[in-house]
Design a protein around this ligand. Sequence first.
Ligand code: UD1
Ligand code: UDP
Length: 360
Amino acid sequence: MRLGKVMVVFGTRPEAIKMAPVVNELYKVKDINTILAVTAQHREMLDQVLELFNLKPDYDLDLMKHEQDLFSITTGVLQGLKDIMEQEAPDLVLVHGDTTTTFAAALAAFYLRIPVGHVEAGLRTRNKFSPFPEEMNRTLTAKLAEMHFAPTDTARENLIMEATAMFKIWVTGNTVIDALLQTIKPDYKFGPEFSAIDFNKRLLLVTTHRRENWGSPMRQIYQALIDLTDEFPDVEVVFPVHRNPVVRDAAQEMLGQRKGFHLLEPLDYEPFAHLMNACYLVLTDSGGMQEEAPSLGKPVLVLRDTTERPEALQAGTVKLVGTNRERVYREARLLLTDKEEYDKMARAINLRGRQGGPCA
Ligand code: UD1
Ligand code: UDP
């Protein structure tokens, strides 16, 4: 395929973090005209990443609305990208991962018969509703894509199982590790805005946002965190709260006034990456953090019932614990009280993955 013009499309914080190294590499290639279009499915959280990696979008759909839903994002992306894609007529549209921006951008390109390249292709739980809607977003994107950039051999196998032509798959390694390694500095110092955190204590770094955890599962997670801080005076919870009002309201209501809790605004990637590096343990339902934290040698308790990232699970640095209050408490307590168990999980592993060409 001749590559004259590549249009990169993304819309949320994690897509931006993982595509930033790719876009900056594309800019270096003289023969490729790289166009960056952001949907801004996220606004402030996206802008934080654009600024850090010095990315200046050529197009910005500025879609985000408070309490938006899947329908408005999907139609907004489709409608918004139509004119831009028609006007630019790129040779390839590159999308990343599993958000609704990803799927809708791939669909827009398909409707205009523009080939799609899918970065972070082939991740699967094989459960349509977990994570929801991400599992279907990435599965449907794969159906639309001509080029599949799989981070790992397991992801490649998943694509092959779905009858994806092998010559359309490239195992590229994981771009989030590129972003992380570009960001972590050995001499990094936290600014004064972190002075309330006692870095001599054991820090539990927490994030939650998944749709399937809204409501009771999220409340159970928060209750387990309360149980832990009540029991361990040398533990503090650092929780940069996602801007989704569903998450913010629950976190504020249950944890806002609690001793031992630092509820923060979403952090810039630079301090956040260094917090991952400084913490004792990560508890999260995030996808990307299941790859970043083990790369830094930090154990992760995954607050979900399924994961599409089996590598760290198999290596033993990540454990799937779900959202049940008692289970979350028990698993975290084990790591706070049993050094041997902790050391077993606190081993840095290489999740960057191998880099290879298309499968023969
Ligand atoms: C989205 C993705 C999810 C991804 C996550 C990363 C979908 C369906 N979901 O979920 O796959 O893991 O991003 O964080 O694509 N908000 C702001 N400012 C921001 C960002 C969000 O105020 O910068 C608030 C808005 O009220 C918005 C709400 O959060 O309506 C939800 O955002 P949305 O992108 O719909 O869902 P996420 O839960 O962020
Ligand atoms: N992250 C960040 N600031 C924060 C919380 C997370 O920069 O306050 C980064 C984190 O390191 C990871 C990404 O955002 O790279 C994960 O985003 P999120 O959990 O929103 O999405 P997911 O990974 O689940 O798709």
